[in-house]
Write a protein that binds this ligand. Structure first.
Ligand code: KG4
Ligand code: ZN
Length: 343
């Protein structure tokens, strides 16, 4: 039996969760700062750090109370140590270190992307390896092969914008607001996905990398041209056509990689995994190929601490603990030893 308290503060959600044995969510408190950042049209790092600092103790208290637990009943404390905004990450890392020191319990550092992937293991701890995971968030678009717990190979990644970033920028151009993904998703439901042909970047033959900046520019240019000509645009058609272009490439590359690496299971992770078209298209393609396919429920797709607690549980079983020198690493990569930004 392992009762783990996890803390997540990598971006704009202050979250704490208590999870038993990596599967039973006793509490998952998510305090979103979206309202604060909305007026700036995106996350302001300094504002995010300050907000985390204000919220963190209350959120941890709520998570413990909600789980009917207290500090003395915990077996370990886990925290996202990267990637993310350094000032934001440091708030969570400092809180976790303080708890670990004061209670003399193991400290477990979790990679944020690993957390997103493990949201799937909360739903089904029995997923079969090798599996392929498409991680699509505001900062990442990665194709990851897992041969076992904690064993990752990144076989493809974006060369420019992340999928979520493309959604957010297109939403801004359409004047929809922030964060854009869910708003584009909703607007697209009433549009024709084949009304406008936007480009799909498949890159070199056999490449599992992605590129969304050309697509994003094509949408922006389409809108500018129409406005210059004084033409009315159909925003729902634009949203639907853009979304279809993103999803086509994501699905095609994921299943090509699934075949190449003989994956038994295909999973989705990250905020964009909440996208309805992406979920449906992935499920349909998996069905055709007789592959098992899974995605987390919406609230576990976007940032939350329960997914961090789940990933931490498998590190707990391996005795993979950190000491009190743990630092926040904004460019932390999934694959050990590979750090994009050295501090
Ligand atoms: O994983 P996440 O919560 O934070 C990061 O780690 O980046 O992902 C946030 C991203 C944002 O870009 C947001 O617009 C996008 O996920 N997103 C969506 C949807 N819900 C959230 N994108 C498309 N469709 C959605 N339904
Ligand atoms: Zn995230």
């Amino acid at each position: 039996m392992a009762l783990i308290l996890a803390i997540e503060t990598s971006c704009d959600e202050t979250s704490a969760a208590v999870v038993r044995d990596g599967v039973e969510i006793l509490s998952n408190i998510i305090s979103s700062q979206i309202e604060v950042h909305k007026k700036f049209g995106g996350v302001v790092p300094e504002v995010a750090s300050r907000k985390h600092l204000e919220l963190i103790n209350g959120v941890i208290r709520e998570a413990l109370d909600g789980a009917g637990a207290d500090f003395s009943s915990l077996d370990a404390v886990a925290v996202t140590s990267g990637p993310g905004l350094v000032g934001a990450l440091l708030v969570g890392v400092s809180a976790a270190k303080a708890i670990s020191y004061a209670r003399d319990i193991p400290l477990i550092a979790v990679n944020h992307l690993e957390g997103h992937i493990y949201a799937n293991f909360l739903a089904d701890p029995g997923l079969e390896f090798p599996l392929i995971c498409l991680v699509v968030s505001g900062g990442h678009t990665d194709l990851v092969i897992m041969k076992g717990h904690g064993n990752y190979s990144v076989v493809g990644r974006t060369r420019d914008d992340a999928a979520g970033e493309a959604f957010d920028k297109v939403a801004r151009t359409l004047g929809l607001g922030y964060p854009g993904g869910p708003l584009v998703d909703r607007l697209a439901a009433g549009g024709d996905p084949f009304a406008i042909h936007f480009p799909r970047a498949y890159l070199e033959e056999g490449s599992f990398d992605f590129s969304f900046s050309g697509l994003k520019s094509a949408v922006i240019n389409y809108l500018h041209r129409a406005r210059q000509r004084g033409e009315e645009v159909n925003a729902a058609d634009i949203a639907a056509s853009f979304q279809q272009a993103v999803v086509d490439v994501l699905v095609d590359k994921t299943f090509e990689a699934a075949e190449k690496y003989r994956a038994r299971t295909v999973i989705l992770a990250g905020g964009v995994a909440a996208n309805r078209l992406l979920r449906e298209s992935m499920a349909e393609s998996a069905n055709k190929r007789d592959l098992k396919m899974l995605y987390p429920p919406g609230v576990l797709c976007t940032d939350n601490a329960a997914m961090i607690a789940c990933a931490a549980y498998y590190r707990y079983l391996r005795g993979d603990f950190s000491d009190l020198t743990l630092n926040a690493v904004p460019g932390l990569d999934l694959v050990k030893g590979e750090e994009l930004n050295n501090l």
